[in-house]
Design a binder for this molecule. Structure first.
Ligand SMILES: Cc1cc2nc3c(=O)[nH]c(=O)nc-3n(C[C@H](O)[C@H](O)[C@H](O)COP(=O)(O)OP(=O)(O)OC[C@H]3O[C@@H](n4cnc5c(N)ncnc54)[C@H](O)[C@@H]3O)c2cc1C
Length: 384
């Protein structure tokens, strides 16, 4: 379990322990097989997590969720689950990524319609679609259009890389009602699987985090009734940025769990593997590498917790969330590389988990804003 660098409440310690045990008992034993199976959704683990309430912990209690809406508790949960496996851990909490814009932008009826079912015993999956083939880092450049027609909108365009696309029943899709006006026209809609004109591409073959299915969405004059629009026209970009400020903290926590997994594994190996007549950890180069890993893990956690505490105090967290995400994801990449290095040739083997963790870590530096984009956000805010 994570080293608790500040005092936690009884409830927080309890949820942390529950997630750590789930990671060790249910996630770790299947993690390498899920990775090898590639793009097969691990429904079994998903249903077990749902039965324990882990897939809906972060949803409001009045909608049947666990009521742990604070970013801090969610960070504790994410670190433990992703300590087990980043792909499976991120899958388990992925409905939070769909629910956030519904809760931020939508009305009560919409929350009941799409968020409440996520807290049921056999919850459906949700997805969030912003990225397009030609639009990634510059999210305000969205080209998918929403043209007003009688009773609703016709959506046309293509979305890329959507997590849970295929297995998901509900999709928040960001489109523009005023092409060429950048963020001003961006509006959020909920699409449901099976809507006419709504197609889903084949799963994309990925480097890592294969427990989550990613695919493109194809929208061809897809009719969306007015009551599926979240908030007013033009409010979508604000909802997307609020979602990212929150999810970047969670993503930082996921990366911390991954880095910690690498540290603990390398540490154990370095104590038992002997070369030149002594455990390799006693060779200074190896020991110092372990020291650097430990520093990065704790620094990541502290940055994540700082951002989470600020978010929970209702303060703006654009700067702190970007710092946490940037540091933790780069630390995860470095620590998983360091674990592979510490295991030597065995680190390169699929019999050991560290090469998978290195592949998993790479994603943390890319999704929800690459490291370059986090640096852009941080530098702009520092200079402002
Ligand atoms: C596994 C996975 C899951 C994903 N899940 C989702 C999802 O559920 N929903 C969704 O909408 N999207 C999702 N994405 C998309 C993801 O958010 C984008 O891939 C990411 O934002 C980067 O966009 P891009 O791939 O188009 O890269 P680009 O924006 O084309 O960037 C390419 C390179 O240029 C750099 N770059 C771009 N602009 C600048 C700049 N101004 N300054 C410096 N460098 C710059 C980038 O850092 C990067 O190195 C997912 C992606 C992956 C790989």
């Amino acid at each position: 379990m994570a080293a608790n660098l500040v005092e936690l409440s009884v409830e927080q310690r309890e949820v942390q322990r529950l997630c750590c045990e789930f990671a060790e008992r249910e996630i770790r034993p299947v993690s390498l097989a899920v990775d090898a199976a590639d793009t097969d959704m691990p429904w079994d683990v998903w249903h077990k997590a749902a039965a324990l309430g882990l897939t809906s912990l972060m949803l409001p209690a009045q909608l049947g969720g666990g009521g742990m809406e604070d970013a801090f508790t969610q960070a504790l949960v994410q670190e433990e689950l992703c300590f087990g496996c980043a792909g499976i851990g991120n899958l388990i909490t992925s409905n939070g990524f769909f629910a956030k814009p519904v809760l931020v932008l939508g009305n009560e009826e919409q929350a009941r319609r799409w968020v409440e079912p996520l807290a049921s015993e056999r919850p459906p999956l949700g997805a969030l679609a912003s990225t397009e083939p030609g639009v990634g880092s510059d999210a305000a450049a969205i080209t998918t259009t929403a043209a007003r027609v009688d009773g609703g909108y016709l959506l046309s365009g293509q979305k890329s890389w959507v997590s849970n696309a295929g297995p998901a029943d509900f999709y928040v899709v960001f489109a523009t009602v005023a092409p060429g006006t950048r963020s001003k026209g961006i509006t959020a809609f909920v699409l449901e699987k099976g809507d006419p004109g709504f197609g889903i591409g084949p799963p994309i073959k990925k480097m890592g985090q294969r427990a989550i299915v990613n695919a493109d969405l194809f929208l061809e004059d897809c009719f969306v009734p007015e009551d599926r629009r979240l908030g007013d026209e033009g409010e979508g970009f604000r909802g997307l940025m609020r979602t990212f400020d929150h999810s970047r903290i969670t993503l930082g926590a996921a990366a911390t769990g991954l880095a910690r997994a690498a540290l603990e594994y390398a540490l154990e190996y370095a104590k038992t593997r002997e070369q030149f007549g002594k455990p390799i950890g006693e060779h200074q180069a190896v020991g110092f590498r372990l020291a650097d890993m430990a520093v990065r893990v704790d620094a990541s956690r502290l940055l994540v917790w700082r951002a989470a505490r600020r978010a929970d105090a209702g303060k703006d967290v654009s700067l702190e969330a970007a710092m946490a995400k940037l540091h933790a994801s780069e630390a995860a990449m470095w620590c998983t590389w360091a674990a592979v290095q510490t295991l030597g040739g065995w680190g390169y083997s699929r019999e050991y988990p560290v090469e998978k963790w290195m592949r998993d870590a790479k994603l943390e530096e890319i999704e929800e804003g690459t490291s370059d984009i986090q640096r852009l956000i941080i530098s702009r805010l520092l200079l402002a």
